[in-house]
Design a protein around this ligand. Sequence first.
Ligand code: PLP
Length: 336
Amino acid sequence: MRRAVNGAHSIVGEALGCQGREIFFTSGGTEADNWALKQFIAEKPAHIITSQIEHKAILNTCKALQQMGWEVTYLPVDKYGIVQPDDLQSAMRNNTRLVSIMLANNEVGTIEPIKTLAAVAHAGGALFHTDAVQAVGHIPVNVNELGVDFLSLSAHKFGGPKGMGALYAKDGAISSFVDGGGQEMGRRSGTENVPGIIGTAVALMLADGLMLHNAQKVRHLRDRIIDELSSMDGVLVTGPDPGPMRLPGLASFIIDGVDSETLVMDLSAKGVCVSAGSACSSGTGKPSYVLRAMGYSEREAWSSLRVSLDDHITHDEVSELIQAIKSSIKVIRNQH
Ligand code: PLP
């Protein structure tokens, strides 16, 4: 059992370009994000910088830290969802302890300039964390090339088990998150979830091996969806242009004259599973805060559609998906 757990640390470390002893398994991306951000709470409250478009796992953790006296700066993004290094530079203070910017956004697929942002943080004396939950297993992620001190991942995003994740900490330098019997190098105690840990390592190994092939396939299918839908009147692609700054499997749109909840429900009745903006903020009664931060109006943000493709989707399924979305849009628009 010990050998298997150690082997899993090495496999995940190898995939990220680090040592196995720098990987700490957690119950998911949310826990890894909490750990990275709350690692300094025993210290005198200081300053943290993040962005306005982070996942709630980061934003709500920052809110909790603010309750404890920490100051948090939420950086804006441009219309493509990109955090500007100059904005980070201006926000840095003498007491900035940590900067946390996501590697890839879960709603519009924007890939952030992490290497540059981490360099700015370091030059100002702060440590750097990235939430790489949407990126690991889908695009190459190497902690040394990125120059980050901490990185979060979630296993189910690359075909691994739900309820599993990991935090990378450079040189294993992070305070203990769960005290007890000393598992996970004394930083996260409790009997290890051995099947979950092994499942995470195996899934990442497989995802890494197939990454090039899958990314190429999914990127091509995503671009077909983008081309077809954006050729319709009043359909706007959100996020960066297809290219190196966008996740391969994510396409997002604003569809004029269409309420996203109605569209999602109509498509769901046809067996097509898409979401209105962030899957995690749907049902909150609020339009996507990511699109609002990118400068879209409230009305536009209510008309958003997010299509996420997994590696197993076929060309025929994508054709059906496009037809289903197009016909739903026409039907909903005709109802007005
Ligand atoms: N961070 C991002 C960017 C995510 O997309 C998600 C989940 O979708 C999380 C964190 C939370 O991960 P988990 O569900 O493993 O807790």
